[in-house]
Design a protein around this ligand. Sequence first.
Ligand code: G3P
Length: 215
Amino acid sequence: MEIFLDTANVDEIREAVEWGVVSGVTTNPTLVAKEGRNFHQVLKEICNLVRGPVSAEVLSLEAEGMLQEARELARLDPNIVIKIPVIPGGMKAVRALAREGIRANVTLVFSAPQALLAARAGAAFVSPFIGRMDDIGQEGTAVLEDIIKIFRNYQYPTKVIAASIRHPRHVLEAARLGAAIATVPFAVLAQMFKHPLTDLGIARFQADWEKAKGI
Ligand code: G3P
């Protein structure tokens, strides 16, 4: 399973890329707004740091506006993927973009039927929001499982991105279910390193070596 970073913070992306574990980035309007910087400038910097898909979201709610925004964003870098919400106008835009060779990541997906529509329209990626489903008592991973199964049944090439990841357990579940990608916040990625026995083991090896090294 590939790991993408779900952030618009270039320092976090630079650090995680140096760890060698990240192969793409997803952003959304909230994450970009948090940075307080020019959207296009941030995207260009992210594309210079990561050799992989970088999702940038459109804000228009009808196809024509989405297409205009998408074409402008796609001109910034060949790795830009256009994030589009799963609404009728959005699917119209996804289809048109696919014909132009511009990849789309269909977002705000909370059900398998929505994901099916995205795949039918020609989305390159689909992003079920696992955490937000869990937040309202819906089982996020059950929806993820359905989507993966349906795409396998019909060999849709659309890649499933497990999104809205809240903790390492979500990453584990996404990998067990066979998601192509999990997009994780930096804090969750850092948490994935953590295990008390690793810390204890390091402390013990250091202490033992201190005792032995003079011998
Ligand atoms: O970027 C899409 C998704 O991962 C957002 O996650 O944490 O805002 O539910 P969250």
